[in-house]
Design a protein around this ligand. Sequence first.
Ligand code: FAD
Ligand code: NAD
Length: 412
Amino acid sequence: MKVDVIGLNKPKIVILGAGYGGIMTAVRLEKELKMDEAEVVLVNKHNYHYQSTWLHENAAGTLHHDKTRIPINDCINKSKTKFVQDTVVEVKPDEKRVILENGELSYDYLVVGLGFESETFGIKGLKEHAFSISNINTARMIREHIDYQFATYNNEPEKKDERLTLVVGGAGFTGIEFVGELANRVPQLCAEYDIPREKVRIYCVEAAPTALPGFDPELVEYAMNLLESKGVEFKIGTMIKECTPEGIVVEKDEKVEEIKAATVVWAAGVRGSGIVEESGFETMRGRVKVRKDMRDPNRDDVFIVGDCALIINEEINRPYPPTAQIAIQQAQTVARNLASLIRGEEALETFTPDLKGTVASLGEGEAIGVIMGDKKLFGKTASMMKKVIDNRYLYLLGGVPMVLKKGKLKMF
Ligand code: FAD
Ligand code: NAD
């Protein structure tokens, strides 16, 4: 029997999830570690990595999901990182084991990067009747569902206008980016299925007194004006109270209203993966308040990366919003800290986010953003910047070939 003597002595790093945080940890480790310093195993549900930041386009049908997903084997060096396609069921940190649907793995060091899930805050009927933009499967289902509603409309003797009513819950960044895509997609659907545009209603319902709460008011006004000019109807200061098979129930100024809609997409909040909480980690909405070096507060051998990690902005004493930008940066710190631990170095790097800004798309060719602290961007310039950010990520992941294959190269 052949025994891998080197393999026996090598520390084993297991990375759970190949989202921004997980895959970038793996890619960075390939650069940080020398050959045979450690065995690295990356576990993911699917054989592809996907850019969650493009899922709203897949859901609206303005971008095919094959552009958004990338085979994991195209991102990693198979001689340095072993990929296991499987679903994580539970982590047993006290036993240093991970239970998968089809087996289990032991580890010396673990990186948890299982990402986000939709947070429905216990609102009645949302889990059962609303869609969420959470992964490739849910995005593809939304696109198919909307197409089906349009296709069915002219085939029924009694026309059901609710088939052409689309409700988006939340005017945070996800909600706003999604209605931006829908506003562009709807005229195409109307032309395809012979439906007058004025029959279609797109509602965006936001509980706070403004869309994009906390964002620059001038940019918010620009976004709302643009989206309204394309037929989006905002219901601001309006709380979604319930979702039913027929639509949603909302409340504003103590007045309750029902909106009949065949499509309700809940884009009003996220939380960390339920698996983290269920595995006994201390969490707040599925997110572990990590130490400065990105490790779990109670376990020296477990790092948490991306949307499963909670980090505090000490200037305002509030959590940083979970973003891809932060997940990618965290991965670099996690990879360097893992390399240090493996080499027996005790001093680990502190993670400090280096926020470059926020840019949100409003459909092809339109966006808003703030970069370099306070520089505001509108329209085409902002849209171009968004594509630069997306292409830069692809460059970090797989160099120029990845940008050419998957990038957004139509800049104007
Ligand atoms: P994810 O990207 O969620 O990846 C998690 C990975 O884990 C996935 O590959 C998943 O398949 C895998 N996984 C999950 N569960 C299991 C399991 N049980 N077993 C095995 N594998 C599993 N942020 C920005 O900075 N800029 C933006 O422009 C931006 N736009 C966004 C647009 C939309 C529509 C959305 C929804 C979010 C956007 N965000 C943006 C936020 C950003 O997408 C998240 O912060 C980011 O995806 C978090 O990365 P992650 O690696 O933690 O997790
Ligand atoms: P979010 O929490 O940022 O926004 C959710 C919105 O829904 C809020 O405005 C909230 O007031 C509203 N809401 C909550 N409950 C409601 C209810 N019952 N009825 C009506 N409205 C309700 O969530 P998100 O937009 O999904 O964003 C998640 C994370 O992803 C954030 O960190 C965000 O910054 C990030 N993101 C970034 C970008 C970008 O940078 N371009 C794009 C999308 C998402």
